[in-house]
Design a protein around this ligand. Structure first.
Ligand code: PLP
Length: 319
């Protein structure tokens, strides 16, 4: 993400940041650190960014050089409509940059067809390997911008990376995390074997089943009830239940790790991840553990009320 800022921008550049969660804030923090002139639009956490506002902002201010937006907002479970955002940016001079760290490999993203100039991905989410590698795709329009960028960079210099890759024997400009690259090779062949359509379908069904289970057990969703939200499902902590106690019990007793909320929604939501190395039965296990733990903590929940809904989705979708 930082490399996108330093390779595309120059000090004082006007940029637009559309944020709907913790990771959207990070674009703002980076813009601040690097002295950009940023217009920060924040949407209510748990709701997506409005593509029409981006089109309007670009029409109102033609000096905007880049638009930064999160694809899959891991902190809330929202997956933004990048196709519509790409259409809103198309025709302007701005480059569209998206953080697809938890999106790439779990939610569809068509960089060229949707007009996404730079997509950032990471190794540790749907690419299924440990943290430590980051990836960017860069469009020809973005490369033109790179040529003009004057922000300082050394290790993050995309021009160096490109030059090394363009050699007769492609290489990296600096020492890469070789063990992770070997892991990535395996992960990508698993993805190829599954096929992209099946991969996205699996994530959609995992999200749909998780949401059905949550509603079935009488809990409230924080993330939208929308098939686009296929990476992680955020759930409101029910009244009378302490988030920390709930997640610790689920982890220690049932071996299932749920993530908590971040920033202003800490303690108010928990998150069930389903991006990457997840299969249908993982959701059954997570929901079973959630039902049992809620019951143990005295929250009224009928055992099986969530699991049966998830099973019904799987039965319907996978038959
Ligand atoms: C959407 C998103 N952006 C960025 C990051 C990277 O953040 P960090 O380096 O703090 O893990 C993450 C999580 O890894 C993420 O989910």
């Amino acid at each position: 993400m930082e490399s996108a800022v330093v390779n595309l921008c120059s000090p004082g550049d006007k940029v637009l940041i559309a944020s709907c969660g913790k990771f959207g804030e990070r674009w703002r923090d980076l813009a601040q650190v690097y002295g950009l002139d940023y217009d920060y639009r924040e949407y209510e956490w748990g709701t997506p960014v409005a593509p029409a506002d981006i089109g309007q902002a670009l029409g109102d201010d033609r000096s905007i050089k880049a638009v930064f937006v999160t694809h899959s907002e891991t902190s809330t479970g929202v997956v933004n409509d990048m196709e519509a955002i790409g259409a809103a940016v198309a025709g302007s001079d701005a480059v569209l940059v998206t953080d697809s760290i938890s999106g790439m490999g779990s939610a569809e993203i068509k960089t060229d067809a949707w007009g996404i100039d730079v997509a950032v991905a990471g190794s540790q989410k749907a690419l299924m390997i440990p943290p430590g590698l980051a990836f960017v795709s860069v469009s020809p329009k973005a490369w033109d911008r790179v040529a003009k960028s004057t922000l300082p960079k050394y290790y993050f210099d995309w021009t160096k990376a490109r030059k090394a890759l363009a050699q007769e024997k492609p290489t990296t400009a600096f020492t890469p995390a070789v063990s992770l690259v070997v892991g990535l090779d395996k992960a990508l062949s698993m993805i190829r074997d599954e096929g992209l359509e099946n991969l996205f379908r699996r994530h959609i069904v995992l999200g749909r089943a998780t949401r059905a289970a949550i509603k079935g057990m009488g809990l409230a969703l924080f993330s939208p009830d929308d098939d686009r939200c296929s990476s992680v499902t955020a759930v409101r902590v029910p009244d009378g239940v302490e988030d920390g106690k709930l997640r610790t019990l689920i982890r220690d007793k049932y071996g299932v790790q749920l993530a908590g909320g971040q920033g202003p929604i800490k303690g108010k939501i928990f998150r069930i991840g389903h991006c990457g190395y997840y299969n249908y039965t993982d959701i059954i296990v997570a929901i079973t553990a959630l039902e049992l733990a809620l019951k143990e903590l005295g929250h009224p929940v009928e055992l099986g009320s969530g699991v049966s809904k998830a099973q019904a989705i799987f039965g319907q979708e996978l038959a």
